[in-house]
Design a protein around this ligand. Structure first.
Ligand code: DGJ
Length: 744
């Protein structure tokens, strides 16, 4: 998949569907040529390196009025050498100079893909799945070596990149900026698509026209954030959900990030993603290494859906890992929205008993079980059961839940502490704070200094003890505030720019240790809902709580946006009570189920409060989900109707072999006597006859009809209420089952 053309000094990464091409410039730096649909391997592409004499330009050598880094498309631009756009790298030496010039030293092609020490990374399992090109670069003057790593996958249209830096000299160096990838694309005729929002409305799709200058999203909160996601797509203006050129860029990182598209005055587009340089400064001592997190670049000629399917495949099968990667996830019930902090063991067992009766497999005890945690002002850090609530501790409760025939799961917020806790009283110096300065709180809590190993160790010991003593098969790992006043008293002044990154390394380390100790533990990540829902977390936690907003109608946009980059298997989605806790909305329980199926499914309410009819519906939902959960989590996902664009939301999950598909359509507000509607489907077999089963009607049709003419949508309110039941017609959903008929 990787070739080097000696004559032209061109590297060509090609998997038959995508090509990525760059070359070694005369000056030794790397120039970018092309990324997109596959080009023939044998071609010469050097002429793509366009350059012209331009006024008001700084040239790199005397007598040459053509060669300026300002006008050359580059692979990994460094600061200070005639390029005035934002660089990928800025390194400062003891002399204060930030100029850097990395020159080519050599390359190696490796079968498969290396892991990144202490950081999440995609991986391979079998021979031939990926090849990796490692390019060695050096700034001889600074004695700085860099290794640029590019992996191309055989079965996914993605390239994974990362960079490692080695200080081979005698003096300390400071990395002020080290992006994970950068690419200079020849034109800027794209729209950028970002996933932005806030608490309870995470990852809404926002489209911006690129203009000369910088378009970016970032986080400086210590977590990847509710506000912006470490993901950015570039879409041709005429590209749609299903057709046209789309590029996606995603960072496998859970802390401060920057994703940036810069258009220069010649309409060249520089796209980069990596750790946010703001507040970042890494001291690289002699003989030490710094590794920038991995970034994944996807190209699709099948529009945004095509891009998403590539990310889904890669992230579900070669980023998520371990025991739960391919296993059916348990249907869970979580007590948070039902009880908040107020319960005793008897309430929980009653809660679990009813859940068991409905076929639910895992009972998750949320916040409030430890220390003196009766509200959000105290207890964080004391990971010991509150015996007033749970007389026989977590061990006793887990055992009783086990005797009901259910698995038991537990909530933690490992990175946080309340000042009113024994842990803080014993270790007041364990939080991130600047000595002598006031410190801000979030939800009455403070952030533990996870840049320090002894702090991580202290939390690890408590968690390890509980997980060893009690039958706990799942943990929900929460993180309910962003970091402020980031400063670690354990590090010297010239290392304070490392703390945000070291913090995340500490979080990854604790995850890794627990996974190694308890390989069958299922971890669901959470951060006040979806405040740290990113590709980095997926490496440790194969599912994440998408949002604290559990209303089915709000979830349409949240889950639709999330699906741009993240697979359904990782989206925690629950049926909650009505009126909904966050928006007070009443929605039919069928709609709540239909929306929550599209993820790691569960319930977030007290089933004892439902009437007999609703309980029957819950039982049916659980049976339906169990029957279809493999399809929901491993099927090919197609977005069909965008809730950002109209009154409907629709999506399809199809078996990769086209034998079966489930299509969900939600009409948000009722309309009377609306038009006839058809919805073209995807991923079916043209010449196969299917049985279409809707909520009210069924019919037979061939795949070509369903994909061309479309699925005929049912409308319960076309002027008259068909079944005479009356009631509110808003927020109705229909799930269509499309099943291949046997050819006998
Ligand atoms: C925020 C989470 O998103 C909720 O689901 C719940 O676990 C609370 N924290 C508990 O404090």
């Amino acid at each position: 998949m990787i070739t080097f053309h000696e004559k032209d000094k061109i590297f060509h990464l090609n998997n038959g569907r995508i090509s990525y091409l760059f070359y070694i410039m005369e000056s030794g730096q790397l120039g970018h040529l092309y990324f997109g649909k596959a080009l023939r391997v044998e071609g010469s592409y050097l002429h793509m390196a366009e350059k012209a004499h331009r006024p008001m330009t700084t040239y790199i050598r005397e007598g040459d009025l053509y060669t300026s880094y300002e006008h050359l498309r580059q692979e990994y631009p460094c600061f200070g050498t005639s390029d005035y756009r934002y660089p990928a790298l800025e390194v400062q030496g003891g002399d204060g100079s930030c100029i850097c010039k990395l020159e080519y030293q050599g390359y190696e092609i490796i079968k498969g893909k290396k892991s990144l020490d202490g950081l999440p990374a995609t991986y391979t399992e079998e021979d031939g799945e990926a090849e990796t090109l490692e390019i060695r670069m050096k700034d001889a003057w600074r004695n700085l070596e860099a290794v640029f790593s590019y992996s191309i996958f055989r079965d996914v249209d993605a390239i994974a990149r990362s960079v490692r830096f080695f200080n081979c000299g005698e003096e300390d160096l400071f990395i002020n900026r080290a992006m994970s990838m950068s690419v200079d694309m020849p034109d800027a005729d794209y729209q950028s698509i970002q996933l932005s929002g806030a608490w309870a409305r995470e990852r809404f799709i926002k489209v911006r026209e690129l203009e000369t200058g910088v378009t970016s999203v970032s986080s400086m909160r210590g977590n990847s954030s509710h506000q912006h996601n470490p993901f950015l797509a570039l879409k041709r203006k005429d590209a749609t959900e299903h057709r046209g050129d789309v590029y996606g860029f995603s960072l496998l990182y859970s802390g401060n990030f920057l994703a940036q598209a810069e258009v220069d005055n010649y309409q060249v587009l520089r796209m980069m993603i990596g750790i946010n340089p703001f507040g970042f400064r890494w001291k690289l001592e002699p003989q030490n290494v710094f590794v920038a997190p991995e970034a994944v670049m996807v190209y699709s000629k099948e529009g945004l859906n095509g891009m998403s399917r590539q990310f889904h495949r890669l992230y579900r099968t070669r980023l998520a890992r371990g025991y739960w990667r391919d296993r059916e996830r348990p249907v869970l019930i979580n007590n948070w929205e039902a009880t908040q902090f107020h319960y005793v063991e008897a309430d929980l067992l009653q809660f679990a008993r009813k859940a068991k009766e409905c076929g639910i497999e895992l009972f998750v005890l949320d916040d409030g079980w430890f220390g003196r945690r009766n509200d959000d002002k105290r207890g964080l850090g004391d990971w010991k059961a509150n015996r007033e609530k749970l007389p026989e501790g977590i061990e006793g409760l887990a055992k009783k839940v086990g005797q009901l025939g259910m698995k038991f799961g537990l909530w933690f917020e490992p990175e946080m502490v309340n000042k009113d806790s024994d842990f803080f009283r014993d270790h007041p110096d364990y939080i991130l704070q600047t000595p002598g300065r006031s410190i801000s709180h979030g939800r009455n809590q403070y952030v533990l200094d996870f840049s320090r190993k002894e702090v991580v160790d202290a939390i690890y010991r408590q968690m390890h003890k509980l997980l060893s003593e009690a039958e706990i098969s799942y943990i929900k790992w929460d993180m309910n505030r962003s970091i402020s006043e980031c400063y670690s008293a354990a590090y010297p002044s010239d290392r304070q720019g490392e703390i945000f990154h070291r913090y995340i390394l500490g979080v990854y380390d604790l995850h890794e240790r627990l996974i190694q100790d308890f390989p069958k533990l299922l971890i669901e990540s959470c951060s006040s809902g979806g405040g740290r829902f990113d590709a980095g977390m997926l490496y440790y936690a194969p599912q994440g709580w998408v949002s604290d907003d559990s209303d089915a109608i709000e979830r349409l946009k949240i889950q639709y946006g999330t699906s741009l980059c993240y697979p359904l298997s990782c989206m925690g989605a629950h049926v909650s009570a009505c009126p909904n806790e966050q928006v007070g909305r009443m929605t039919p329980i069928e709609t709540r189920g239909d929306v929550a199926y599209t993820g790691a499914f569960g319930y977030e309410l007290d089933l004892n409060k439902l009437n007999a009819e609703e309980i029957e519906t819950v039982k049916k939902q659980v049976v339906f989900y169990k029957k279809n959960r493999t399809l929901f989590s491993k099927g090919d996902f197609y977005r069909l109707l965008s809730p950002f664009e109209g009154n409907f939301a629709g999506w399809e999950v199809a078996e990769p072999d086209g034998s079966r598909a489930l299509v969900t359509v939600v009409r948000i507000l009722s309309e009377t006597n609306g038009p006839y509607r058809r919805l073209p489907l995807y991923g079916l077999l043209e010449h196969q006859e299917y049985h279409v089963q809707g909520r009210y009607h069924s019919y037979d049709a061939y795949g070509d009809e369903l994909m061309q003419y479309g699925l005929m949508l049912e409308d319960k309110s076309s002027g008259q209420v068909v079944d005479g039941s009356g009631g509110c017609m808003d927020f109705l959903s229909v799930m269509y089952e499309i099943t291949a008929k046997s050819n006998d």
